[in-house]
Design a binder for this molecule. Structure first.
Ligand code: X2X
Length: 334
């Protein structure tokens, strides 16, 4: 039977979430690392995929899920993945991965997407295919289906964000990523790069005033305990590639590869449905936990980015081909 799932500091020394064992030990045991608390749908679905993979390979392949940065922060896990010591890592396209493959951050451009449907269509189609084709250049391989994290909202402990001026000078934690830093600098805030593993404590000790994440993460990582305001800016969308290492993948038995891919891709699809449900229910729940919500008008934020040259700067970095592909799905950005 599965062990109880523990979240928070206690998890650091705890073993990986343990799967039901077959009578004999699995022939192949792989690690799957994530940066999110164990109860987030990403981990719940990854665990479910692992169970299905164990069953469909007749007990041959056991994938152990290590949530909550148990294996290290995002930078550590990316190094382990590249070195072949970690077989699977769900990594945001906009986070540390973009230091290696700059164009992978482009889905996170500010105020680019109308809704989840537009993102899914692009990432299940030509934009996803284009992005996936970049990873083999650095020895990595992404599964076909992106695990969506969702649209991000800004929380802080100083004031509600109603206009871009409210962001002025606000110390805001962003992941370690050039795009994130650029976005918040262009909006007039004072961004600080901090790994997710240290985000809660940096808010608690007031090293920073605020942070930004989808409601699901704000809730599951209990950020409402150390934040007062939540402004529904929907300023960017982010998701996770389920990433492996090309060499490691090619060493996995040919027979089991399609089974692994099938269940990991299914998990990503199931997680999209989980996310939509959570998004609908979390606002009242977080309100009851003390977060004060507001709904700013988005026009002025986008106007600020246009005027400051944000889109022009990133278009130059990503290149015309990638930009055209993105704008095909988002409409003209700038
Ligand atoms: O670091 C974050 O804020 C997180 C958890 O959303 C990402 O992985 C980008």
């Amino acid at each position: 039977r599965r062990r109880a799932i523990v979240t928070g500091a206690a998890l650091i020394s705890a073993p990986a979430l343990v799967l039901p064992r077959f009578a004999r030990a699995a022939e192949f045991t792989y690690k799957f690392g994530t940066n999110l608390p164990a109860t987030h749908p990403l981990n719940v679905r990854a665990m479910q995929a692992a169970e299905r993979i164990l069953k469909d390979t007749g007990g041959q392949v056991q994938i152990n899920v290590f949530p909550n940065n148990q294996l290290g922060n995002d930078a550590d896990m990316l190094s382990q993945l590249r070195a072949g010591g970690l077989e699977f890592f769900t990594v945001s396209g906009v986070n540390v991965l973009s230091q290696l493959v700059p164009v992978s951050s482009m889905w996170g451009l500010g105020f680019a997407w109308a809704n989840d449907e537009a993102v899914n269509k692009a990432l299940d189609g030509d934009l996803g295919k284009f992005l996936r084709a970049q990873f083999p250049k650095v020895g990595l391989m992404a599964m076909d289906t992106v695990w969506s994290s969702g649209f991000r909202q800004i929380t802080n402990s100083v004031r509600p964000i109603n206009t871009p001026d409210d962001l002025k000078g606000l110390k805001i934690r962003v992941p370690v990523s050039p795009l994130w830093t650029s976005l918040f600098k262009h909006l007039g805030a004072a961004p600080t790069s901090i790994n997710f593993a240290e985000t809660y404590s940096s808010l608690q000790t007031k090293v920073v005033d605020g942070q930004e994440n989808p409601l699901a993460i704000i809730s599951i990582a209990k950020l409402y305990e150390v934040q007062k305001y939540c402004s529904m800016t929907n300023h960017m969308w982010d998701g996770y590639w389920c990433m492996t290492n090309q060499k490691v993948w090619s060493r996995m038995p040919e027979k089991v590869r399609p089974i692994i891919a099938k269940h990991l891709n299914q998990a990503a699809l199931d997680m999209r449905a989980d996310g939509a449900k959570l998004d609908a229910s979390l606002r009242p729940e977080l309100t009851s936990r003390g977060l004060a919500f507001n709904d700013p008008e988005i026009g002025p934020f986008r106007a600020r980015l246009l005027a400051s040259g944000f889109y022009a700067e990133w278009k130059k970095k990503y290149g015309d081909e990638a930009w055209a592909l993105l704008e095909k799905h988002t409409g003209k950005l700038g």
